[in-house]
Design a protein around this ligand. Sequence first.
Ligand code: ZN
Ligand code: ZN
Length: 176
Amino acid sequence: MPEGFDSFLLLITIFVVVTLAAFWLAIVIWAYRDMRSRSRDPLAHWLVAIIVFLLSVPGLFIYILLRPRETLAESYERSLEEEALLQEIEERPTCPGCSQRVQHDWQACPHCHHRLKKACVNCDYLLELPWNICPRCTTSQVNYTSDGTIATNSRHVKPSEPAPIDAKWVASQQVE
Ligand SMILES: [Zn+2]
Ligand SMILES: [Zn+2]
């Protein structure tokens, strides 16, 4: 056997061993980093690195099968979405009469006929019931109190006592 062939084999062997070692190290580092993005526990990071180091490629497969489903960034994003959804639900107004969900632009509750808002007599802008002036066009409003009497420009209508739907209010809507 020629002498040059032996050293060629040796070179090939060294090349293969170094490549395998680098690959091994790479999957250990990858598993460590991946676990770090999924868990805050430093012990878990090192445990994963050691398992992948000891078991090599099979260890990596076992880790991929068992790792936490979500990364920390994904679970943070999901919690933000849930919070936003919850806030949206909480911000939707409820009827003071029957506690059902109502819309911001409803003048009356369709479930219990409770008055919710009133339209400005001049520009139809929706006003809170106690308001006696339109914030948009500054027109003075006519208030219907809960006993059915008209209180023009009254400053004493309590916000907690919105008037129920009555014939006068329905009539006033038809006039416009
Ligand atoms: Zn209601
Ligand atoms: Zn107005």
